[in-house]
Each structure stands twice: as C-alpha cells, then as structure tokens.
Write a protein that binds this ligand. Structure first.
Ligand SMILES: *[C@@H]1O[C@H](CO)[C@@H](O)[C@H](O)[C@H]1NC(C)=O
Ligand SMILES: *[C@@H]1O[C@H](CO)[C@@H](O)[C@H](O)[C@H]1NC(C)=O
Ligand SMILES: *[C@@H]1O[C@H](CO)[C@@H](O)[C@H](O)[C@H]1NC(C)=O
Length: 458
C-alpha cells in the first residue's frame, strides 16, 4: 500500500484512464524515471453494468480513492462497491449540466469522516463534480494533477486534514471554483499572486504553514471572506484595498508576523463587518479613514504596537459592537468607545483607563517615532506611484471565464461553525504566535459545517 509518497504522478488526461498501469514522472533533470509501477490498476469486473460511461468512470475514481484509505473508522465507505455509485455514502449524483438525461456524480461529501488516505490521480475522472467536501479527515499528500480536469468544481473544502506541500496552484486554473477552504492543513511556502486575481468568493487559508509576504495585489481579490490567520505571513499589510470595497465582508489576518503601518485607504472597505489584525507587529496610528467603514461590527487590533489617538469617528460607527485594542501603545481614545457593547483597552498608555502599561514603558516606546515609509510597502493601484514590482516567479493563471448564472448550489452558510478540532501536527509542534500567550478567542479557527454533511453515525 502506498501512503503519501510524493504525488508527482503524471496524469494522462486525454486517455480515458480506466487502467493506469504504470506511472511515470519527469525527473527534474528532464529524464524520465519510473516512480513506481502500479501493478494493480482498478479493473472493472465484467459483470458490473453501469447506467452510463460517466458513472463507470466515477466507479474507477472512487475505487482508486477507496484503495488509498488506510483507515475509515466510521465505515463510511463500507458500501463503496458495485455499479450503483450514486448510492455510495457521501456521493451525490444529479443530472449532468450538458446532458440532463444523464446522471453523473456532482458532489462528494465526506465531512467529519476521520478517514486516513490520500487523493489519487483518478479523482480527475469525476469531471462533472461541483462540490468536494472532505473536511475533518486525515487525508495527506497534496492535490493530484488530475484535479485540473475538474472544470465544474465550484466548492473545494479540504479543511482540517493533513495536506502538505506548496500552495496547490492548479486550483487557480479551475474556471468555476468560488469557494476554496484549505484551513488547518500543512501547506507551506508562498502564495501565488494569481490567487488574488481569481474570481473567488471565499478563501480560507488559516492555520497552515505559509511563510511569505502577502502578495501586493491582495486588494484585487473579489472575495467576500478572506482568512489568512495563523500562518507566518510577514511584511506589509498590502497598501491598496483596490477593488475590495464593494465585495469584502470579513478579513482576518490575525496571528501572523505582519509588520507595517495600516494602509491609509482602509476606509474604502465599506462593506467589511469583521476586521481582525490582532497578534501581529503593526505600528503607527489607526488611519482616520477607519471611521468610514460604515458596516464595521467587530474590530480587533489587539497585541500589536499601535500608538497615537484612536480616531473619534471609529467608536461612533453605528454598527460597531466590539472593539478590542488591548496590548498596544495608544495614548488617547474617544469617550464613545466606552459605550460599545464590548471594548477592551487594557495594556495601552491611556491615562484614564485601568490596567495600562507603566509610564516608563510607554515613554520608552513612544520616544521612538514611527516612519511608515520605512517599511517600503508598495502600492498596486496604477493611480499611485511608484509602479508595482514585476510579477514574481509564478506565471499568472488563465483569466477565469465570465461567470454566468449558475445552476450550482450556493456556498455553504458560514454563520455558525461548530467548535474547532485542530489537526494534530504530524512531525513537529505547530508554529507559535509571535507573542507569548495565545489568542483567547479564535473566530476563525473553526471548521465550517455544511448543512448537507452526513452525520458520521449514519
Ligand atoms: C465498522 O465495521 C467493522 C467491521 O465490519 C466493525 O467491527 C466496526 O464496529 C464498525 N465500526 C462502526 C463505527 O460501525
Ligand atoms: C455593501 O454595502 C452596501 C450598503 O452599505 C449595501 O447596499 C450592499 O449591498 C453591500 N454589498 C455587498 C456585496 O454586501
Ligand atoms: C482584555 O483583553 C486581554 C487580552 O488582550 C484579556 O487578557 C483580558 O481578560 C481582557 N479584559 C476583559 C475585561 O475582557
């Protein structure tokens, strides 16, 4: 049984891959070498009769997947045999979009299955699939190249598994993908710039091992929810929120190593209801424009190195309910902050509040002036100089096709996620946050529940 060997397999997309007998990958030097020979291809027993050829291909995909599963404690895949793949637990079928007379596999939902295994190349045979939800399992390895065949994939939820390796760039080429949830895995390295040019609706990358600057074009992303928390993103909060004003609803950057001032165009984020940049190394003042974030309900800037006076308009925002700004170096706050449903101002340099830093500590810190320009955060907006730096290594993905009215189901509700069940580390303890104590509350550290999830007990 092969378990999470490097999945550098080449996927022969053009062939109807019902039998893959040998898997070969190009070695870095250009020569081809045999990674391994698979001597047990999925064979279709001659007595099985399928409704149509797509279900036959789905059979191959699901059998190949089942074979990778080394543990299935709830027996979810116990009935994964035979030709009636639409009756398999967790498999959803519906009429094909291009031919309503044909039934095909349109979704897979193995949420909370606790299954250990990996994703085989053959999953690329599920070319009609719109939803893949495998949150809270023990799948490892990375996304096989076969996934690039899934041209109707709309929602991909791989959260709370043991996937590792670089950001799976092939997802950027999936033309219909709107909802990408990779949180609670072990992805590492940098994010490609093309990710923020893609027409996604929700992007969850929290609690991985990403280490890099946040690409400067973050503000081009049309997402409504962006969660990058609990990684090791460093450097600047991107300076331009560009196109996000009409679309962004929640942005969570907490618990990283971000080190810069706040972008001054923060006030453009008029639809944002939740902004959390706590547990970083942000400095300088809250920009005046923050008072223009008219839909803001929850603001968390605690555990940074912010200073100055909190803008008057902020605590007068009519929707603001909760404002945490403890463990910074603020020297003044409008009285209106005390009228909020919840505010926390501890450990600042506020004369009129209790539990503040010592005069000496405040004096020492505030004696060093903050120079926001010294962080050299470059704007991306063409109206601002200087021009953006040239794109980095990653080639940009093909432009997503213009979206048409979709027959596909809407993104799952994210309103009341269940408690987190963090994935245990495989090889080493998870990275520690920059400060000594861990955040008390983690609004983002939760695994969403899809209302259509089967109970593992069923
Ligand atoms: C799963 O199946 C095995 C063997 O049939 C059985 O022993 C076990 O109790 C089952 N587990 C559950 C959770 O039903
Ligand atoms: C953005 O906010 C405005 C008013 O504040 C509202 O009319 C509009 O529907 C919101 N847009 C989205 C995409 O939520
Ligand atoms: C304020 O926040 C700090 C963490 O920054 C926490 O320890 C403290 O209990 C909070 N105080 C109140 C009154 O909630």
């Amino acid at each position: 049984m092969r378990i999470c060997k490097p999945t550098l397999l080449s996927f022969v997309a053009t062939v109807v891959v019902l039998h893959i007998s040998t898997v070969v990958a190009a070695a870095p030097g250009g020569s081809r070498r045999l990674l391994y020979a698979r001597d047990d291809p999925i064979t279709i027993p001659p007595y099985l009769v399928f409704e149509n050829v797509r279900l036959e291909r789905a059979y191959v995909a699901l059998q190949a997947w089942k074979r990778t599963m080394v543990s299935d404690p709830w027996n979810l895949t116990l009935n994964w045999f035979g030709s009636r793949v639409c009756d398999y637990n967790g498999v959803v079928c519906s009429s094909s979009l291009d031919d309503p007379t044909i039934k095909t596999v349109s979704g897979i939902d193995l949420n909370h299955g606790d299954i250990a295994g990996h994703l085989p190349e053959e999953l690329g045979l599920l070319t009609d699939i719109a939803l893949i939800h495998v949150n809270s399992n023990r799948f490892c390895g990375t996304l096989p190249l076969g996934f690039s065949q899934l041209s109707l994939l709309f929602e991909l939820d791989l959260s709370n598994n043991r996937f590792a390796g670089k950001f799976p760039e092939l997802v950027i080429g999936l033309p219909k993908l709107k909802y990408l949830d990779l949180r609670y895995n072990e992805f590492e390295g940098a994010l490609p710039e093309s990710l923020f040019e893609k027409d996604l609706d929700a992007l969850f990358l929290n609690s991985n091992r990403f280490v890099s600057k946040i690409p400067v074009n973050m503000g081009n992303s049309p997402v409504s929810v962006l969660v990058l928390a609990s990684n090791k993103f460093e450097g600047c909060v991107p300076t331009s929120f560009g196109k996000m004003g009409q679309t962004l609803n929640e942005i969570i950057l907490m618990d990283n190593g971000l080190q810069s001032c706040f972008p001054s165009d923060l006030g453009l984020l008029k639809n944002v209801t939740v902004l959390d940049v706590s547990y970083n190394w942000l400095v300088g003042e809250l920009p005046e424009s923050i008072g223009q974030m008219e839909n803001l309900e929850v603001l968390n800037v605690e555990r940074n190195q912010l200073s100055g006076v909190i803008p008057e308009e902020l605590c007068s925002l009519k929707n603001l309910k909760e404002f945490r700004y403890g463990s910074n170096y603020f020297t003044g706050e409008p009285a209106t902050c005390r009228n909020l449903e919840y505010y926390n101002s501890t450990m600042n340099c506020l004369k009129e509040e209790k539990e503040q830093r010592s005069t000496m500590e405040c004096k020492a810190f505030l004696s060093r002036p903050v120079d926001c320009d010294s962080f050299k955060c470059s704007p991306v907006s063409p109206c601002l100089s200087p021009p953006p730096p040239p794109p980095q290594i990653s080639p940009s993905a093909p432009a997503p096709s213009p979206s048409e009215p979709s027959l596909l189901p809407p993104a799952p509700s994210r309103s009341s996620p269940p408690p987190a069940r963090p994935c245990p580390p495989l090889y080493s303890p998870p990275p520690t946050p920059p400060q000594s104590s861990t955040p008390a509350e983690q609004p983002v550290g939760q695994i969403p529940e899809d209302s259509s999830s089967p109970s593992p007990m069923n």
